[in-house]
Design a protein around this ligand. Structure first.
Ligand code: ATP
Length: 289
């Protein structure tokens, strides 16, 4: 299901969370990067039909999300994994999924149980099927979360910061799982972990202050830092001016990498930027960084 958003605004009293946002998502796996407070969760909640927009147009698969009928139509084809999904600690994964399946209107018991079995297998929880959720690790909880989002075979899956707090191995496992479900559906992955998007999405949007500041191939983000990324070896504190992206202490001093529109120090040499440096350049565009 494609997503078409024009001039989307959402305010909470005096706070403007979305400030005239424009975005088009064609399908497949799509990243949504942004700093804390950029408006990612608000956008996800609007797309999930939980929050009505204050102004603007949002169409998902042709349905108008500013209308109640449109929201209901999208919700029937939507899987949503919110940041803070509440799991019932005394239920097993199977019981919890059975409950969510019923809420989603999957009334055929045999078909529902079959689908739950397939999903538990897909997320690698078959061995833990009878265990109570209270004993599940963070990674296992996220995998239950994605299984509940996929119940009913949704055409659009919206996932809000699913890898936050996971150890690197579980993070990689989880994002690979997300990429594997994107065939034939739209998966919108919100995160502030640049690497998760780089490893799973061809295209991404980057949000700042309630707007989209970049929308396109992930690889193009790197270009934003070309010519303004520097390396400098120093003994003292980091050089003033610019944004220090890394500082690695070695025998000859501290190796700093910085993003700065001007040479931050006479000893600084220009270097090829990384994706993270491209992201920093994008977030600081128009400032003195
Ligand atoms: N229910 C609410 N009531 C008041 N303000 C809100 C509400 N929800 C979000 N906001 C505000 O809207 C802005 C955007 O918040 P949002 O949670 O959408 O950002 P985010 O990009 O998801 O951030 P994070 O990465 O920290 O989760 C913030 O200033 C936030 O405080």
């Amino acid at each position: 299901m494609d997503i078409q958003i024009t001039g989307l605004r959402r305010t909470f009293g005096k706070v403007t969370a979305l400030d005239g946002l424009d975005l088009a998502v064609p399908g497949g796996m799509y990243g949504l990067l942004g700093t804390n407070g950029a408006g990612k969760t608000t956008l996800m909640r609007v797309l999930a039909g939980v929050l009505p927009p204050t102004a603007g147009t949002v169409r998902v698969g042709g349905h108008d999300l500013t209308t109640r009928t449109g929201r209901l139509a999208v919700q029937r084809r939507l899987g949503y994994l919110p940041q803070d999904l509440g799991l019932y600690p005394d239920l097993s994964a199977q019981e919890f999924l059975d409950y969510v399946g019923l809420l989603k209107g999957l009334d055929d018991t045999a078909a529902r149980r079959r689908q739950i079995g397939e999903l538990l297998d897909m997320v690698g929880l078959t061995d833990a099927v009878g265990r109570k959720l209270r004993g599940f690790s963070g990674g296992m909880r996220r995998r239950v979360g994605i299984a509940q989002a996929l119940l009913g075979d949704p055409a659009l899956v919206v996932v809000d910061e699913p890898t936050a707090g996971l150890d690197p191995e579980e993070r990689i496992r989880f994002r690979t799982l997300l990429a594997s479900i994107a065939a034939g559906r739209t998966v919108l992955l919100s995160t502030h972990i640049v690497e998760d998007v780089a490893q799973t999405c061809r295209d991404t949007a980057v949000m700042a202050r309630g707007r989209v500041v970049f929308n396109g191939p992930v690889a193009d983000i790197v270009q934003r830092a070309e010519g303004i990324t520097w390396e400098l070896v120093g003994q003292g504190p980091p050089p003033a001016g610019g944004v220090v992206v890394s500082a690695v202490s070695r025998s000859d001093g501290t190796h700093y990498r910085l993003v700065s529109p001007t040479r931050p120090d006479p000893r600084a040499v220009p270097v090829q930027p990384s994706l993270e440096e491209g992201y920093v350049a994008l977030m600081h565009a128009g400032t003195s960084a």
